[in-house]
Design a protein around this ligand. Structure first.
Ligand code: FAD
Length: 529
């Protein structure tokens, strides 16, 4: 196959125009073009009245051309089988990182034991809905914990900006498609699959891992590691007191496993506080975003619901940026600890809900945290989540405020035309009570600046809910070149919780990289770089 890039056609072009453009670019006769497929499609909406589709094409062509070959993205596992007697690894966590670590280990002949504190995804869904519908939080089974991890109830955005020289991201997308995700995720530049499909995908991946010998155990919270005198991992101890021996443990616990972070810190596992962000979720009518982004083409089904990405450098030195934008989605209650409140966003595949939502967050550094310990960021998050819980009325309703009231510095007593989508409901109040002063100042400066980029973004009736504290892990669990903990041999810190990923795709890719390193160590071959 040969690759053709940057093939631009107007939005709404006829299907045959693509073939014509390929022939023209390749400089070939139609009989030479045996077959072609779309490798990637994005859109360029910088000129709203002349939006273009931008294609990358892989083509089978007869005869000589100067086109480059399509890159080979096949996954080549560095280990293909493990000698009998190789100890079974443990994977802690079934989020995208743990899931793909477990899949890759199984494919390399090391089917692991997979432990998760939460429940299988269907049972977990019921618990999650109990918070959204009735304000009942189950601390071990919620948006953060359980099969599929934090991204299961999400927009299911499947793109990332990580460097991925070995094309692990391609493996992830192909495995998603094999597990039931729509094939378009292989070629859309910003693919997403929405929450319902993710549920099916994680179940299907589980079946595949089990068929290769992997074993899952639910409601199995790892309380601590067990360590030899030289600190090499010898196994894990569950909250029930049960000890499970292991020489190699993948730690893929996500950014919300605060009790586990504290236990690992107490055991001396090397970790440091890392920068974080805090802010709110903002909601606008999706139509407003579509019109601002696509002009007369708003609503075009090829473009779908529009997204945005905004950054403002505030005069107090803070950066304000949009994060995890969910077109046509809903704001969700994402708490995992009683008495603390957190917002996040999700959508269905159709992205057809009335509102667009995104986190608007302000950058923090460890100097902002109440103490200098590695757990300082976690305590910072807890403090502001408690403030939000109190401001919402102590029943998991979220504090909410219109942009107009927030900018004017007065509490909201009612909301306007934008109905907040957060369930179990909101309490109109002042979000300034749930955020540090510097974050309030930075947001007040950023909103009008964003309004210049997206007309109506700072409209008085746009609504904000809070607080958004879990944009990334509050700490990094150090690891060396071979992906092993800096001071605890046999421990493989991985994924978002350990500070090596931010999002579904990057967490899954990190899981594969860690699995490869672990498999190489277990059978004694070199780790691919
Ligand atoms: P997690 O997914 O957090 O998984 C950690 C797992 O470890 C959990 O299953 C948990 O139960 C388990 N666990 C924790 N502690 C223990 C323990 N002690 N013992 C046993 N098990 C334990 N990212 C995107 O790319 N696109 C999106 O559209 C998107 N939307 C999101 C929407 C929401 C509502 C949320 C909450 C997140 C969203 N994200 C999104 C972020 C994404 O979900 C995370 O980046 C990703 O899930 C991190 O993967 P992970 O495997 O590292 O950790």
């Amino acid at each position: 196959m040969l690759r053709i890039t940057e093939l631009r056609l107007p939005l709404g072009h006829a299907p045959e125009d693509l073939r014509t453009a390929i022939l023209a670019r390749a400089g070939i006769h139609t009989t030479q073009l045996q077959h072609f497929r779309i490798a990637r499609r994005s859109h360029d909406a910088r000129k709203r009245h002349a939006i273009q589709l931008v294609y990358t094409i892989d083509a089978e062509i007869d005869g000589a051309t100067s086109l480059p070959a399509t890159p080979d993205t096949t996954w080549r596992p560095p280990v293909t089988h493990a000698p009998p007697g190789t100890p079974r690894p443990i994977v802690i966590g079934t989020g995208p990182c743990g899931l793909f670590a477990a899949l890759a280990l199984s494919q390399m002949g090391l089917p692991p034991l997979i432990l998760d504190r939460g429940k299988p995804v269907r049972e977990r869904t019921k618990d999650t809905w109990a918070l959204w519908r009735r304000g009942i939080l189950t601390p071990e089974s919620n948006v953060q914990f359980g099969e599929g991890g934090a991204g299961t109830f999400s927009d299911g955005k499947l793109y990332s900006q990580i460097k991925d020289r070995l094309h692990h991201g391609r493996k992830v997308l192909e495995d998603f498609v094999t597990a039931g995700a729509p094939e378009e995720i292989l070629w859309l530049s910003k693919p997403h699959i929405g929450t319902f499909r993710l549920v099916q995908v994680v179940e299907s991946l589980r079946a595949r891992i089990e068929a290769m010998g992997g074993e899952y155990r639910w409601q199995s919270r790892v309380e601590r590691l067990t360590l030899a005198p030289d600190r090499h991992v010898t196994g894990v101890t569950l909250s029930t007191g049960e000890h499970i021996p292991a020489r190699h443990v993948v730690l893929a616990i996500g950014h919300s496993a605060r009790d586990t972070f504290a236990a690992l810190h107490a055991q001396g596992v090397s970790m440091d506080a890392k920068p974080l962000s805090i802010g709110v979720r903002i909601e606008h009518p999706q139509g407003l975003i579509d019109r601002a982004r696509f002009g007369p083409a708003a609503g075009n089904p090829t473009l779908g619901a529009a997204d945005y990405k905004l950054v403002h450098h505030a005069s107090n030195g803070r950066s304000v940026y949009s994060f995890c934008m969910c077109p046509g989605g809903t704001v969700v209650a994402a708490a995992s600890e009683p008495g603390r409140l957190v917002t996040n966003g999700m959508s269905q595949y159709s992205r057809a809900e009335r509102n667009a939502n995104a986190a608007l967050v302000v950058s923090l550094t460890p100097a902002d945290f109440p103490d200098a310990s590695p757990l300082g960021g976690m305590e910072f998050q807890r403090h502001w989540e408690e403030r939000a819980f109190a401001a919402g009325g102590r029943d998991y309703r979220a504090p909410a405020q219109t942009v107009g009231d927030f900018l004017a510095g007065r509490p909201s007593t009612s909301l306007g035309s934008v109905t907040p989508s957060y369930k179990p409901g909101v309490t109109p109040t002042s979000l300034a009570d749930c955020l540090p002063d510097y974050a309030v100042a930075a947001l007040r400066e950023a909103l009008p600046a964003f309004g210049k980029q997206i007309m109506g973004f700072d409209a008085a009736e746009a609504v904000m809910t809070g607080v958004e504290t879990r944009t990334s892990s509050p700490l990094r669990i150090g690891r060396g070149a071979e992906f092993v903990s800096l001071n605890t041999p046999g421990l493989y810190p991985a994924g978002e919780g350990a500070g090596y990923a931010g999002g579904i795709l990057s967490a899954a890719v990190d899981g594969i990289r860690v699995a490869e390193a672990l498999a190489c160590a277990a059978v004694g071959v070199e780790v691919p770089v």
